[in-house]
Design a protein around this ligand. Structure first.
Ligand code: CP
Ligand code: NVA
Length: 314
C-alpha cells in the first residue's frame, strides 16, 4: 500500500480517525502517568516551516521526542523553498535521510509537490488552505468535553480561512453541523464548500452572526488576518467589526456552549479577554491536545494500525 500522507482531512477515512482518537486517548493517559511509549524509537522527523509557529512546532518536537524519535527543525531561512531549490527536490532529498516530514507552507500546492516526490509520509502543519492537525485536536477536545460529536452545532465567526475549510472537511466525516458567519467578501473557498456539501457535510455560510450562533454548542473563532495577509491588517480589522466573539455573542448560543480558538489570539479583536479567559473557553485544552493527537497521527503515518484498534497499536 502507498505511504500515508495527511495533506487534508480527506486523507483519513472515518475509521482511521476513530483509531487515531483512540490511540490519542491512550497516549494522553500514559503521558500523564509518566509511562514511556517509545512507539517511534529512532525515527527522525523533519519540520519544514515557511511561517512562524508556537504550538505546532513545540507539540511536534515534543511529541516525536516522547515517542522515542528526534526532530530536525528547518525554518524559512534554511530551506528557502522555491529559491534555493524546488519543492520536489526538497521532498526527494529529505526522503533519503529522515522518516517523516511535517510542513507549514503558504500554498497547498507546495505541500502537494513535496509529498508527491517524497517517498516518506508528509503531514500538513498548516497551509493557506487547511490545518488538519488543529481540527483533529479540536474534535478530540470536543469528544472529551461533550462525549460525542454527533448532533453538535459548531458556529464559526470570522474569516472563511484555512480553519473554516478544515472544519468543513471534518463536517463531511462527522455528523455535526457547521455554520460560518463572515463579512461579505470573506467567504470560504467555494470549491471546498461545494465539495463538503456534496459529500454530505451539513455546512452553512451566512453573513449574520445570530443565524450562525443561535443554538450553537460550540463557538469558534480565529484571527482576522492570517499569516501572509499582514498587509491587509487595517482593511480586515474594519471589515470584521461586528464579528467579534464577546459576551453578548456567547449569550446567543446554547447555555454552556464551548468557546474555541486555535490560537494565537489577537485579544480585543476577534475575541475579548473575558471570553477567551472565561469559564466556557477550552482553548488551552485544544492547545494541549495538539501534542497527544499529533503523536497518534505520526504513529498512524509511520506504522498504520495493522487492521487493529488504534488504541492497541504498539
Ligand atoms: N494553532 C497553531 O497552529 O498555532 P501555531 O501557529 O503557534 O503553531
Ligand atoms: N488562520 C490562521 C491560523 C493560525 C493557526 C493563520 O493561518 O495564520
Amino acid at each position: 500500500m502507498g505511504k500515508r500522507d495527511l495533506l487534508s482531512l480527506r486523507d483519513l477515512r472515518r475509521e482511521e480517525t476513530d483509531k487515531i482518537f483512540s490511540l490519542t486517548r491512550r497516549l494522553k493517559q500514559e503521558q500523564k502517568r509518566g509511562r514511556a511509549h517509545r512507539l517511534l524509537a529512532g525515527k527522525i522527523l523533519a519540520m519544514v516551516f515557511e511561517k512562524p509557529s508556537l504550538r505546532t512546532r513545540v507539540s511536534f518536537e515534543t511529541g516525536i521526542f516522547q515517542l522515542g524519535g528526534h526532530a530536525v527543525f528547518l525554518g524559512p531561512e534554511e530551506i528557502q523553498l522555491g529559491v534555493r531549490e524546488i519543492a520536489a527536490d526538497c521532498g526527494r532529498n529529505l526522503s533519503r535521510w529522515v522518516d517523516l516530514i511535517v510542513m507549514r507552507t503558504f500554498s497547498q500546492h507546495t505541500l502537494e509537490e513535496v509529498a508527491g516526490h517524497a517517498t516518506i509520509p508528509v503531514i500538513n502543519g498548516l497551509t493557506d488552505l487547511f490545518h488538519p492537525c488543529q481540527v483533529l485536536a479540536d474534535c478530540f477536545t470536543l469528544l472529551e468535553h461533550k462525549g460525542s460529536l454527533e448532533g453538535l452545532k459548531v458556529a464559526f465567526l470570522g474569516d472563511g480561512n484555512n480553519m473554516v475549510h478544515t472544519w468543513m472537511q471534518a463536517a463531511e466525516k462527522f455528523s455535526f453541523s457547521f455554520s460560518v458567519a463572515c463579512p461579505k467578501g470573506y467567504e470560504p473557498n467555494a470549491e471546498v464548500t461545494r465539495a463538503a456539501k456534496e459529500n454530505g457535510g451539513r455546512v452553512g455560510v451566512t453573513h449574520e452572526v445570530e443565524k450562525a450562533v443561535r443554538d450553537a454548542d460550540v463557538i469558534y473563532t480565529d484571527v482576522w488576518t492570517s499569516m501572509g495577509q499582514e498587509r491587509e491588517f487595517e482593511k480586515r480589522r474594519r471589515a470584521f467589526q461586528g464579528y467579534q466573539v464577546n459576551q453578548s455573542v456567547v449569550a446567543m448560543a446554547n447555555r454552556n456552549a464551548l468557546v474555541m480558538h486555535c490560537l494565537p489570539a489577537h485579544r480585543g479583536e476577534e475575541i475579548t479577554d473575558a471570553v477567551l479567559d472565561g469559564p466556557q473557553s477550552v482553548v488551552l485544552d485544544q492547545a494541549e491536545n495538539r501534542l497527544h493527537v499529533q503523536k497518534a497521527v505520526m504513529v498512524w503515518a509511520l506504522k498504520g494500525f495493522r487492521g487493529s484498534r488504534g488504541g492497541d497499536e504498539g
